[in-house]
Every structure is written in structure tokens, then in C-alpha cells.
Design a protein around this ligand. Structure first.
Ligand code: G6Q
Length: 549
């Protein structure tokens, strides 16, 4: 076992100093100049792997920048850290856990040990149970309490137990059973549950309670409401036919009233936001079938192999991760936009938001030192072309630089006239416009009135990555997700942080537990928060006591 390098914050690395000097040296360069200077730039700055084509030529870098970033990655021991992850070492140091989402898509004959035990056979045993269950539901063998087949599946889960399943369901909708309905309840707001089930027949509805811990307040509250909804319609004995669980906590599952026979397990070495290809993906498998689910795992696997074995110079997640560090930490870009030019990927930015920000929104290095550089940027986005008609204005002419990833497919899933050509023309046009802008001279030549010219200049030099794949298949989706997972890992290694814990979400949960009983206490019960929180609690108490007007 190798030792995890907990030592040096990024800013004390030699490679950091070299990159800072390099940044000063190339400070004035912009993309127009870089492209004019090297007509073959796009041919040099791209990479292909696991079904994805990655054009990163429109970044504010020279080939020298990339070499220095690659040196820095090596100085940060990225090759060893990759091997530590794939080898099952406990690289989630603050929780003393292995980080093995890659084992979820490992082939049967691979051996990955955690604490001396090969975990791959268990992964495949769960996958096989999931497949058998999915087949029984999909072909109508599994019946509800009244003998009706299951037509509706409601996943109850939140965070990592929700965002992956929702995103995958939307992304792979083309491959789903159209005669079944899939709903996802995450929010504690009762509206979420109400709107999800209001048109469903309980006799045809299966709830999947997805919770690694089986203690999460929102999920357990929604699960109890669902149990009551089912019980009222079908009686107590129906619970066994209408509820299954995905969890690591067998005891709590049993106590809830779900037979552990109907529980699909996973392991503490799967982080919530890295779990959509574990049993947490049961709703995905029910929707698209076992074969498509396995194709998706194959895509993940292909990207895992690419990440692990491709030289860094041609390694998609490594290069993407390094560019995120370059833009975020060295060039000061606080956010990154993700714009999938595909309607099926409408929830992909929300999914990435958790993957990237919960992983790399950290201020302490592995040894506990406060970083003196910026770590994970804000990730956000919307599908193209919709975003073009709303916030792209700021990306083109705002005062902040927002590097973006534009994702597209060469072939549509629903060919229809010129739709897809228009879609892709827009993707390419945005990348071109953001990079090269529109100059005063061009506007003058076009005869634009002088007073309008300042308003119509686009300065350009806005970086974009273009990621293209053939078609949105289950395998391509798996590959795309793994691409971002490994990019996030790469970034975390450079920043020297633990990308796999999430201590920052703890404080709010603790305070909510304190505030909850205070909301229902008598109006004069003393409060000990700050004056703002106290006054807001009092306002709520009064409104609650008075009832709706
Ligand atoms: C993800 C986080 C978090 C988690 C949810 C749900 O990495 O850990 O989003 O997935 O809090 O947790 P449970 O699955 O335990 O309900």
C-alpha cells in the first residue's frame, strides 16, 4: 500500500510557481491570436476516448500551458493517486473509506480488494438480483396486492440517491418502457410527494426507498407518507408487494417493514453522488431494462480504462480536470457552464452540480491546512439552445469570464427535418462566437451606426470545450458521466483536497434539528439564535398559530 500524499498544498508546489510565471508571460494572449498563430491548433488540442471526442482548443492556453499543467499533475502524484483509487485504498481520508465507484462497473473476473476482501463478486451478485427483479416487474410477474401488474415506479431518495436516478431516467427516456410511469420524490416539501402520486393507482405502484443510510430525514419522512398512502388504499399486507429498498442499512430497512429479501445493497465505499450505477440505479434498470443498464455500465467501464491507462497527454478526464484547475484557480473563473445540446440531458447540469460542487467545494487540504487558492468552481447550466435565449448574453458580453462545456451528438435520436442541423449549428456557433467575438472593425464594415458599436462588440476570448459523441446511447451516457467523475478526481488531487467527503452539509442539518421543535413551541418560548433567526422563528410561530388567512 502506498502512502497518500497529504503534504503540500498546491500553492507550495514548484509547478504552481512555474504556472504563475507562465500565466504572467502569456497574460495578453487571446484565442484569436492563438488560432491565427497556429492554423493546426484544433488538430493538436483534441483527444478521443471511450466514445467521446473532446476539442479543447478554444481554451486560453498554449501547448506550454498544457505541458506545465501535466507536470503539475505528476508533481501532485496523480498517477499514484489513480492507482490508489482503483486499488481500493482508503483515499477518502476524512471518513477512512475506499472510493470504489469504479468497482461498480468492473468485470466479473477483476479483483478489487477492500480490507483484503474482493468486492467484485458482491457487485455482480447485486446486479444479478436487480436484473431478476427488473425482469419480473417489467414482464408483469411481480404483481401488486390486488393482482395488478406494476405500472408506476416511484423512487424516494434525495441528493445522491435521487439526482443520478432522475438524470439517467431523463437521459435514457428514449430507451424506457413507455407504458410505465417513473416518478422521483426527493424534497421534504409535501408538494413533491403529492404531485408525484396524485394520478397514480396505489394498486399499480411500486415505491423504491433509496437511501444509503436509511436515516435521511427527507427520505424517511416521504417513505412513511408513501407507506401510509399505500396502507390506506390497500391495507397493511400490501407493503411487502409495493415497497423495496436500496440501502446499506439492513436493520433499518427491516424496521421500516420491508423484507430484506426485497432490499438491494451497496457498500460504504460507494459515495452517494457516485452511486447511480449501483443499486441506487434500480429505477434506471426498471425503466430501461437490464441489458441497457449493462450497456451503460460498459460505457462507464470504457472511460475508467481510458482514464487509468491513457497517457495524460491524450487522457480526456485528466485534460478536462487540468483545464478546470487552470481556469478556476489560475485564471480566476469562479463558475463553469455546462450546456448539453440535447433535450434528454436536461437534468445533466443538476446532476453535475452535485458531483462537482459536493466533491470539490472544500477549503481544507488532506492534512487540514486552509487552502490559499480557489478550489471547485460553481457548476451550472441548462440545455442548449434554451440557454441562448436567456443567460448567454452574460457569457458573451458580461464582465466575468465563464468557461463552458458544450456537449452535443452527431446523430439525433429523433431525426426530424432540419431540427438537429439547427441544434448543432447553434452549438458550434456559440463556441466560435465566444472564442472570437465581434470586433469594432467588423461592425464598422457592416455599417453599424457608431453609437451602437460599443453595445454590439463581443470581446471574445471566452473559453469553451466541445464534447461530441455519436448518439446518446446508454453506453455513451455512462462514458460521459465517468468522464466528469474522473475529471473531478483529477481536480481534487491537484487541489490536495478530499473529493469524497461532504462535511459542509452537516451544520445545516444539525441546526434544522434544533429549530424544528422551536417552530412548534409556544410563542413566548425563549430562543437563543442570532436576532435574525430568532425573529424569523417568531414570525413563523405566529403565522402557524394563526393559520392561513
Ligand atoms: C452524496 C451525499 C448526499 C447523499 C444524500 C442521501 O454524496 O452523501 O447527497 O446521497 O444525503 O443520503 P442517503 O442515501 O443516505 O439517504
Amino acid at each position: 500500500m502506498t502512502t497518500i500524499d497529504r503534504g503540500i498544498p498546491l500553492s507550495r508546489r514548484e509547478g504552481w510557481q512555474r504556472l504563475q510565471a507562465h500565466k504572467t508571460a502569456i497574460g495578453a494572449l487571446d484565442l484569436s491570436f492563438l488560432f491565427a498563430d497556429d492554423p493546426f491548433r484544433a488538430e493538436h488540442l483534441n483527444a478521443t476516448g471511450a466514445g467521446l471526442f473532446f476539442d479543447y482548443s478554444k481554451n486560453r492556453i498554449t501547448t506550454g500551458t498544457l505541458e506545465l499543467l501535466l507536470d503539475l499533475a505528476r508533481e501532485c502524484h496523480l498517477p499514484a493517486r489513480i492507482e490508489q483509487m482503483f486499488g481500493g485504498e482508503k483515499i477518502n481520508v476524512t471518513e477512512n473509506r475506499a472510493v470504489l465507484h469504479v468497482a461498480l462497473r468492473a468485470p466479473k473476473d477483476e479483483v478489487i480488494r477492500v480490507d483484503g476482501k474482493n468486492v467484485v463478486p458482491e457487485v455482480h451478485a447485486v446486479l444479478e438480483r436487480m436484473s431478476r427483479f427488473a425482469n419480473r416487474i417489467r414482464d408483469g410477474q411481480w404483481r401488486g396486492q390486488t393482482g395488478k401488474p406494476i405500472r408506476n415506479v416511484v423512487n424516494i431518495g434525495i441528493g445522491g440517491s435521487d439526482l443520478g436516478p432522475v438524470m439517467a431516467y431523463e437521459a435514457l427516456r428514449n430507451y424506457t418502457r413507455r407504458d410505465m410511469r417513473f416518478r422521483f420524490v426527493s424534497n421534504i416539501d409535501p408538494t413533491a410527494f403529492f404531485e408525484s402520486v396524485r394520478d397514480l393507482d396505489p394498486a399499480e405502484t411500486l415505491f423504491i426507498v433509496s437511501s444509503k443510510t436509511f436515516t435521511t430525514l427527507e427520505t424517511m419522512t416521504n417513505a412513511h407518507t408513501a407507506r401510509e398512502w399505500t396502507r390506506q388504499a390497500l391495507g397493511d399486507p400490501a407493503i411487502g408487494r409495493h415497497f423495496v429498498a436500496v440501502s446499506t442499512n439492513e436493520e433499518a430497512v427491516r424496521q421500516f417493514g420491508i423484507d430484506p429479501e426485497n432490499m438491494f445493497g451497496f457498500w460504504d465505499w460507494v459515495g452517494g453522488r457516485y452511486s447511480m450505477d449501483s443499486a441506487i440505479g434500480l429505477s434506471t434498470m426498471l425503466a430501461v431494462g437490464s441489458e441497457n443498464f449493462h450497456d451503460m455500465l460498459g460505457g462507464f467501464r470504457e472511460m475508467d480504462l481510458h482514464f487509468r491507462s491513457t497517457p495524460f497527454e491524450k487522457n480526456l478526464p485528466v485534460i478536462h480536470g487540468l483545464l478546470c484547475v487552470w481556469e478556476g484557480t489560475f485564471m480566476g473563473s469562479a463558475t463553469r457552464g455546462v450546456f448539453p445540446y440535447d433535450q434528454y440531458l436536461k437534468r445533466f447540469p443538476a446532476y453535475l452540480q452535485q458531483l462537482t460542487m459536493e466533491s470539490n467545494g472544500k477549503h481544507a487540504t488532506l492534512d487540514g491546512t486552509r487552502v490559499d487558492y480557489d478550489t471547485g468552481p460553481v457548476f451550472w447550466g441548462e440545455p442548449g439552445t434554451n440557454g441562448q435565449h436567456s443567460f448567454y448574453q452574460l457569457i458573451h458580453q458580461g464582465t466575468r469570464i465563464i468557461p463552458s462545456d458544450l456537449i452535443g451528438f452527431l446523430h439525433p435520436l429523433h431525426p426530424s427535418g432540419s431540427h438537429h442541423d439547427i441544434l448543432i449549428a447553434n452549438l458550434l456557433a456559440q463556441s466560435e462566437a465566444l472564442a472570437f467575438g465581434r470586433t469594432r472593425e467588423e461592425l464598422e464594415k457592416q455599417g453599424v451606426p457608431p453609437e451602437q458599436i460599443p453595445h454590439r462588440i463581443c470581446e471574445g476570448n471566452r473559453p469553451t470545450n466541445v464534447i461530441l459523441a455519436e448518439r446518446l446511447t446508454p453506453a455513451v451516457l455512462g462514458s460521459l458521466i465517468a468522464f466528469y467523475e474522473h475529471s473531478v478526481f483529477t481536480q481534487g488531487v491537484l487541489w490536495g483536497i478530499d473529493s469524497f467527503d461532504q462535511w459542509g452539509v452537516e451544520l445545516g442539518k444539525i441546526l434544522a434539528q434544533k429549530i424544528l421543535p422551536e417552530l412548534t413551541a409556544s410563542p413566548d418560548d425563549p430562543l437563543s439564535h442570532d436576532s435574525s433567526t430568532n425573529a424569523l422563528i417568531v414570525r413563523y410561530r405566529k403565522a402557524r398559530a394563526a393559520g392561513p388567512s
